[in-house]
Design a protein around this ligand. Structure first.
Ligand code: FES
Length: 237
């Protein structure tokens, strides 16, 4: 198992309903490159996105049953990260030393979260949650955080959690919204948003519009910083 500071806290990398059974997708958290995949047992795994053979990205691979196969030479890894099959040597039992570096993975609050093996606890959001969307923002995470804190979703209470790395909006009408940031690099951030409670088209649309306002505001902060224009602290976005 790997441990890096970049995933020392639980970090969202996508929505639960965005990762179907037997699918794999790439997720980046700064220099940490992950292959996040779901087997036919429904379980989500987060692995280093590097095949132990020749370093091909495992996110280009494919899932069969509860195994992930590398696209390049077909080395196949079981759900525990161990190499189970080397097609060029079908009679060989792969050495137990051939393993993919693994991270922790969990699903909670409608989102998929990853963390290093040393991270304690698990994200835990009671109640029933639905993902609203994942939105790409062309700004560093700190600019997105500034935009969120300057313009929280509706009136209500905004709680900033450190692990999982997320904002929890406690709305006045009793519902909650998770807004989780995935820092891809110094210029890009993914924001994953989920809502608690029953389906409401009106509420979904309001949350969706808010995510787009946050994106505009964060990208504006970056543009202003680049052009040395002053940005009013606490300005509504
Ligand atoms: S690089 Fe993955 S099987 Fe060869």
């Amino acid at each position: 198992m790997l441990d890096t500071g970049e995933v020392a806290v639980w970090t969202a990398v996508g929505t639960s309903d965005g990762l179907l059974d037997r699918k794999v997708q790439r997720a980046q958290i700064k220099a940490t490159d992950l292959a996040v995949w779901r087997g036919e047992d429904g379980g989500v795994r987060a692995w280093s996105n590097r095949c132990p053979h020749r370093g091909m990205r495992l996110s280009y691979g494919f899932v069969r049953g509860n195994r992930l196969t590398c696209l390049y030479h077909g080395w196949t890894y079981d759900g525990t990260g161990g190499c189970a099959l080397i097609p060029a040597h079908m009679k060989l039992t792969p050495p137990k030393t051939i393993t993919v570096a693994m991270y922790r993975a969990a699903e909670a609050g409608g989102l998929i979260w990853v963390a290093s093996s040393k991270t304690e606890g698990e994200p835990n959001f009671s109640g029933s949650w639905r993902a609203i969307r994942s939105i790409h923002i062309g700004a560093q995470a700190s600019a997105v955080e500034s935009a969120i804190e300057a313009s929280p979703l509706e009136s209500g209470h905004l709680v900033r959690a450190s692990s999982p790395r997320a904002y929890i909006h406690e709305l006045k009408d009793g519902g909650r919204v998770i807004c989780a940031l995935q820092e891809i690099n110094d210029h890009q951030t993914m924001m994953h948003v989920a809502v608690e409670g029953s389906e409401s088209l009106d509420r979904n649309q309001r949350i969706d519009a808010w995510t787009r306002r946050i994106r505009r505001a964060a990208e504006k902060l970056i543009a202003a910083a680049k052009s040395n224009r002053p940005v009013l602290e606490g300005a509504k976005v």
